[in-house]
Design a protein around this ligand. Structure first.
Ligand code: BGC
Ligand code: NOJ
Length: 814
């Protein structure tokens, strides 16, 4: 069953009924001001940091689901009937409803009582504000006498404090209203120099700023007293819960259309010019007025929208493909690429499943995210890499997370996730191959955000590698620390206290439990490091890293191979995890994917055997599950992984992030049919027809799909902010389609299904547009390259002459 459809030409997902199984969201903003918006206008906004600079309030896990949003109410002044044109919060029957989620914008349109209302929400480039562009059309035969009420609920900035510290916060809320603009200025009197504003292009007949006056006592968002009676109360908030609501009256003749613009924005004043007149407590509005005046003009708004579309066209045009498979095309060309940018912008902070207060920017997560967008925004990849590296510790270890507003490591979580530093090597390698910009390696970067500790980025990478080598366990495999990629495999925790964080509590010295996964990751990272050193002419370093990689590879093959697959780990007792000897959790997906990606076992058949075991034991129609058998009870020595009921999350769900590692491994063995088959099993577009089972958005990946041990097998959760986006993008674009940036040029090594006659790609790489046409002449993966008509040996298209901006490549696969 479907709740909408893909409009591929307009690059929109069109939702045709409001009651989707879950709120299906989109993101507004791509620089500093961001918002989440659902298909019924639910969601919230923030400036840079979803925790520390929350502009509007949102109550997660609310009833009804997804309340608090960017609300507009319409009221028929003749009959007193009112409704929400976005369906929520009044949930009146709408005669027509459509929500179009596009790239950086959402349009919600409906018809009710003969009034057509369409609202386009977006954040203009370069601004810290969002626009709600409301277009009303009277489809009745007679005049429509309408009231429009807008409404947002302001958050008191720190979302964590906002949701907990009521003894203070019910006293601090403050607003100003001037010329129809509502200013939210809680704490502006003291240490803040920022405020929010909510403006309207029409002169309002009234306003409200105190939530409980607007709603009326004991009422909810579905029946605000002001809307019901058809007149605002002109309330001014003193403490309690400040909101912004305008009341605008419009009379529309039959067929008449009117546009009303609302602006919700965030603004900072210079610290010494906060007040006007100086010495007063009134906001100095001189700095913000030019902005509001500008964007309340429809022509300017339309231009800003056009500019946003051009921006997204530019980002997506870097990689465009035409294959025989529609799901591949639309994910690569639009939605997967778009999701990669969302994960880059927001890491794991704000989604419908991430509350915005829990997790900032993850060191592992954000480094991996670089792999999915470095081609689209190389300058921002550079900046992100340097931000991440500056939270690294001098030991080479890393803070597990940092806050985007302060860019400082988060002390509450700390470090010791022993895989973390290695991901920095992978992100830098990806950036270097994409751009060829070796200057990044010389950038002086601090440790732990401490001035005076600057070392070149190259040194940070060396310490990342050394960090693993300094922490090898009894078998010579890397020690796992608090956890590796699998945050829930907590082999040193032994937690028996309810509520204790599995990843923070550590009760062992950590000198025994080892990770085969980190072994594989190390080999991959050390080989990347050797290549980086080689590119820099540091032959000695390159040799050393290759030696270290070979040593750990040998250890993995000796102590990390279980006979038919790679082991997962050794626990704190030195016992195997992920072995046929185990009662549960005999085989895990992660080491198979990572060890093979690192090139381990390719020569002697282990890789083939491991993948055959994956197929036999882990692959299901809904994707490949994390391990089998699922843990049926809690194991003190394994930690959070066994805390989840079987089939969910890290306990044997289809943890989608890991599936593309197997896809990559299959391509490395030349199995294009198997690789693309796995790719499609979790491809959201390919699952659109089972939306009633999948339940999450069909246009983006979710972190997990419940595994076969779960009662709700096939149900997805945690959509949007997941490394799944990046890894699937890498797997399809670089490994199946095989277009990979390499140090010496663009590599083209497709491993596609045997029944594909070929495909076409346009790829912008280092300023040159490559028009690539791949044709199948035989069933294999042998590549013959013709560059601008001339046969070239190997599979790398060498960089063209400096003035050449277009290259035509013909690839024959046989
Ligand atoms: C989740 C993991 C996540 C970890 C860190 C756990 O509860 O299951 O997926 O990585 O928390 O936030
Ligand atoms: C989600 C986390 O964001 C990611 O860092 C981790 O690798 C996976 N969960 C698996 O635990």
């Amino acid at each position: 069953m479907q709740y909408g459809y893909f409009d591929d030409t307009r690059r929109e997902y069109v939702i045709t009924r409001p009651d989707t199984p879950l709120p299906w969201i989109n993101y507004l903003g791509c620089e500093a001001y961001f918002g989440i918006i659902s298909n019924t206008a639910g969601g919230y906004s923030f400036y840079r940091d979803a925790r520390l600079r929350r502009v509007t309030r949102y109550r997660y896990n609310n009833v009804p689901l997804d309340c608090d949003g960017r609300y507009i109410y319409l009221r028929d002044n003749d009959t007193g009937t009112f409704w929400s044109p976005s369906w929520q919060p009044t949930r009146h029957n709408l005669e027509e409803y459509v929500c179009r989620h596009g790239l950086g914008y959402t349009v919600i349109g409906s018809v009710c009582k003969g009034v057509e209302a369409q609202t386009r929400y977006f954040v203009p480039l370069g601004e810290s504000l969002e626009i709600w562009q409301l277009t009303l059309t009277n489809r009745r035969e007679e005049v429509a006498d309408l009231s429009i009420f807008s409404c947002v609920e302001f958050a008191l900035w720190d979302a964590q404090d906002d949701a907990t510290n009521f003894q203070r916060n019910f006293n601090t809320g403050e607003v100003e209203v001037e010329d129809g603009v509502i200013y939210h200025k809680t704490e502006y009197r003291e240490r803040r120099n920022h405020f929010a504003y909510f403006a309207c292009s029409e002169k309002p007949t009234g306003f409200d700023t105190q939530r409980d006056v607007f709603l009326g006592p004991y009422r909810g968002w579905d029946s605000p007293a002001a809307v019901e009676r058809g007149q605002s109360f002109n309330s001014v908030a003193h403490g309690w819960s400040p909101i912004g609501s305008h009341h605008v009256k419009v009379r529309l003749k039959p067929g008449e259309t009117r546009q009303v613009i609302f602006l919700l924005g965030y603004h900072e004043n210079p610290k010494d010019r906060k007040f006007d007149p100086p010495g007063s407590q009134q906001i100095n509005k001189e700095t913000v007025k030019p902005i509001t005046e500008k964007y309340l003009r429809p022509g300017v708004v339309d231009e800003a929208f056009e500019a946003l579309c051009v921006y997204w066209d530019g980002l997506l045009s870097v990689y465009q493909v035409q294959t025989p498979d529609v799901h591949t095309n639309r994910m690569v060309n639009v939605w997967n690429a778009y999701q990669c940018v969302a994960t880059f912008n927001l890491s794991r902070s704000a989604s419908f499943f991430e509350s915005g207060v829990g997790r900032g920017m993850g060191f592992r997560d954000s480094n991996q995210d670089v792999l999915g967008f470095a081609h689209a925004m190389p300058e921002r990849a550079r900046e992100r890499i340097l931000d991440l590296a500056s939270t690294q510790l001098e030991t080479g270890g890393a803070y597990h997370q940092y806050q985007p507003l302060t860019k400082r490591g988060n002390d509450e979580i700390g470090g010791d996730f022993n895989d973390d530093p290695l991901w920095l090597v992978l992100s830098v390698a990806a950036y270097l191959k994409e751009t060829g910009d070796r200057s990044i390696l010389d950038e002086p970067v601090v440790y732990e955000s401490r001035p005076g500790t600057e070392q070149p980025l190259y040194e940070h990478l060396q310490r990342s590698i050394q960090y693993t080598l300094d922490r090898l366990g009894p078998h010579g495999l890397p020690l796992i620390g608090r956890a590796d990629w699998n945050d829930c495999l907590n082999l040193n925790t032994f937690s028996d206290s309810p509520g204790e964080s599995f990843q923070i509590a550590t009760s062992r010295d950590g000198k025994v439990a080892e990770s085969v996964f980190i072994g594989g990751l190390f080999v991959l990272a050390a080989r990347e490091m050797a290549a980086i050193a080689g590119e820099c002419g540091l032959a000695e370093d390159a040799r050393r890293y290759l030696d270290e990689a070979a040593k750990i590879e040998a250890v993995v093959l000796e102590h990390g191979w279980d006979g038919e697959w790679f082991l997962r780990a050794y626990d704190d007792f030195g016992q195997k995890v992920g072995s046929r000897e185990c009662e549960e959790g005999q085989i895990f997906i992660e080491p198979q994917g990572m060890c093979i990606s690192a090139g381990i076992g390719l020569d002697d058949g282990q890789a083939d055997r491991a993948l055959a075991s994956v197929k036999e034991r882990l692959a299901t129609p809904h994707g490949i599950v994390l391990h089998q058998p699922a843990y049926s009870r809690y194991y003190l020595h394994l930690g959070e992984i066994s805390s989840y009921p079987p089939g969910y999350k890290e306990n044997a769900s289809v943890f989608c992030h890991t599936n593309p590692w197997i896809v990559i491994a299959e391509t490395m063995l030349g199995n294009g049919d198997q690789a693309h088959d796995y790719y499609l099993r979790i491809n959201p577009s390919a699952r659109e027809g089972i939306s009633e089972i999948h339940r999450c958005e069909p246009y983006v990946y979710a972190q997990m799909i419940a595994g076969r041990d779960a009662p709700t097998y096939g149900e997805a959760k945690n959509s949007w902010l997941t490394g799944t986006a990046t890894w699937n993008y890498v797997a399809i674009t670089q490994w199946i389609l095989g277009i990979r940036p390499a140090y010496r040029g663009l590599q083209i090594a497709p491993v596609i299904p045997t029944d594909w006659p070929g495909f076409e790609v346009t790829r912008l790489f280092r300023g040159v547009t490559y028009h690539i046409s791949v044709e199948r002449a035989g069933k294999g993966n042998e590549v013959s390259l013709f560059v601008d008509g001339t046969r070239v040996e190997g599979d790398i298209v060498p960089s063209p002459a400096e003035d050449q901006t277009e290259v035509h490549v013909r690839v024959v696969l046989s």
